[in-house]
Design a protein around this ligand. Structure first.
Ligand code: NAD
Ligand code: UGA
Length: 463
């Protein structure tokens, strides 16, 4: 027995109330007031926070949407069995981190959360359901989900769809409200195609039909990982060239502009930086590498692994540059990190380059002061238990007081608009700025008195 479209629109469940589950369902609730949406999680603290005024994640515009939808057609709960029983459509957006143990450790996706979810769905389902993969998964995972769901004799029908999420943190609400595309993969069977149309219909409430594309389920799973690999590849490409710029007095911003104006290449995602961070790029590329090696495609695997290697190199290079510029010793020097989030407009610090840089500076016996408008709580957790002197100071003026250097880790707008003369006056001389995001007015900082070390541009120094 298939559920009617009318019923389906009423009961949607999302398993996993994280950076994807929370914002995605909030926007769905705001665009589809006729749907009742419940978001569940095994973590009761997270659910309590979603139900409070202090949301567990920071995203511009999100608090407003939650205020309008929560308690109306959006609900957060820890009652997973009940959520499964009451729903017709289930989005699964649990975490899929890199495996840290056993076969594939450090490369493959850890699918334990995913599999537990599949088993829970099977255990508590009493009616037919459409299961939607929202998490990023290795190609062919839908097969495993189906095998589990169809492993019982309970005669309930399940249709599995792939509907990867392409939102970026910091712009999640904007991306969800106005996506470049929505991708829905399904089996090309009769019930697969019906399930796919039901999901197309939901998105059609706000996404233009031509932006909703459909494909076979394996293409959909693979497209998500390949999108992230291509984005990260652009950053590693420009960062690799930034190293050459520093040796040749070319300017990476000028090179990126000239290259990006070729509309076959395009100008986006060509900002040289201290390296990319975030919970997904590295894990998804390593997953791709693992998959290629598994299929004996070693040359392809090596090619993509290079993207991650250049990123590691870029972070290490940043520390070398700091060392060299600061007379080859950082011991007892006080260094202020402006920003700890992996990018602006988020409090998320997962895989943030700032974690690596802070650890390396501490190994060199520097004292590290961290300033970030939204990420200090996560920064404290990331650096807990590490030997060395670390301070956390929200006010950037106070944070830089008595420091020898500032290193810009995150491109927060706030850091562009500070009074750098006031900051310079409070620092130990010679005072240096290492701009890991190329966001400051370097000439102006140099005129104030700083020695300035951008990424991929000639340094401005008095030495
Ligand atoms: P997250 O860690 O923020 O959230 C995942 C949530 O799932 C956690 O709150 C966890 O407690 C919960 N969970 C785990 N197992 C569960 C279970 N059995 N039952 C109920 N809840 C469970 O992760 P995220 O950043 O939201 O990412 C989720 C997925 O989406 C990942 O596969 C990721 O690759 C993908 N993705 C993330 C982003 C992003 O910007 N963060 C963007 C696109 C895709
Ligand atoms: C990325 C993708 O952009 C999303 O499409 C995808 O859905 C998501 O990963 C995911 O699967 O998790 P996100 O990691 O949130 O989104 O943020 P990005 O804007 O892609 O930035 C990633 C990292 O690259 C950040 O550290 C950012 O500062 C850095 N970056 C970005 C650069 O160093 N240079 C650039 O030109 C652009």
């Amino acid at each position: 027995m298939k559920i009617s479209e009318h019923d389906i629109k009423k009961n949607i469940l999302c398993i996993g109330a994280g950076y994807v589950g929370g914002p995605t369902m909030a926007v769905l609730a705001s665009k589809c007031p006729h749907c009742r949406i419940t978001v569940v999680d095994i973590n009761p603290v997270r659910i309590d926070e979603w139900n409070s005024d202090k949301l567990p994640i920071y995203e511009p515009g999100l608090a407003d949407i939650i205020r309008k939808t929560r308690g109306r057609n959006l609900f957060f709960s820890t009652d997973i069995p009940r959520g499964i029983q009451d729903s017709d459509i289930i989005f699964v957006s649990v975490n899929t981190p890199t495996k840290t143990f056993g076969v594939g450790a450090g490369m493959a996706a850890d699918l334990q959360y995913w599999e537990k979810t599949a088993r829970q769905i099977l255990e508590h389902s009493r009616s037919p359901k459409i299961i939607i993969e929202k998490s990023t998964l290795p190609v062919k995972t839908a097969q495993a989900m189906e095998n589990i769901l169809h492993s019982s004799n309970n005669a309930i029908s399940f249709d599995v769809l792939s509907n990867p999420e392409f939102l970026a943190e910091g712009s999640a609400v904007r991306d969800l409200e106005n996506p470049d595309r929505v991708l829905i993969g399904s089996h090309e069977t009769k019930s697969g195609l019906i399930a796919r149309e039901i999901l197309v219909d939901i998105y059609s409430n706000w996404v233009p039909r031509e932006k909703i594309i459909t494909s076979n389920i394996w293409s959909s799973e693979l497209s998500k990982i390949v999108s992230n690999a291509f984005l990260a590849q652009r950053i590693s490409s420009i960062n690799a060239i930034s190293a050459l710029c520093e040796k040749t007095d070319a300017d990476i911003a000028e090179v990126a502009k000239a290259v990006g104006m070729d509309n076959r290449i395009g100008s986006k995602f060509l900002n040289a930086s201290v390296g990319f961070g975030g919970s997904c790029f590295k894990k998804d590329i390593l997953n791709l590498v693992y998959l290629c090696r598994h299929h004996g495609l070693n040359e392809v695997a090596d090619y993509w692994e290079g993207v991650v290697k250049i990123n590691e190199y870029q972070k290490e290079r940043f520390v070398w540059n700091m060392m060299t510029a600061m007379f080859n010793t950082l011991a007892d020097k006080k260094i202020c990190l402006y920003g700890f989030a992996f990018k602006a407009d988020t409090g998320d610090t997962r895989e943030s380059p700032a974690i690596f840089i802070a650890r390396r500076l501490l190994e060199e016996k520097a004292e590290v002061i961290i300033s970030d408008p939204k990420a200090l709580k996560n920064a404290r957790a990331d650096l807990a238990g590490i030997d060395g002197k670390v301070g956390f100071v929200e006010d950037p003026y106070e944070a830089a007081e008595g420091c020898h250097a500032i290193a810009i880790m995150t491109e927060w707008n706030l850091f562009c608009n500070l009074d750098y003369r006031k900051i310079f006056d409070r620092m130990i001389k010679p005072a240096s700025i290492f701009d890991g995001r190329n966001i400051l007015d370097h000439r102006r900082c140099f005129e104030i008195g700083f020695n300035v070390f951008p990424v991929g541009k000639p340094a401005l120094t008095r030495f």
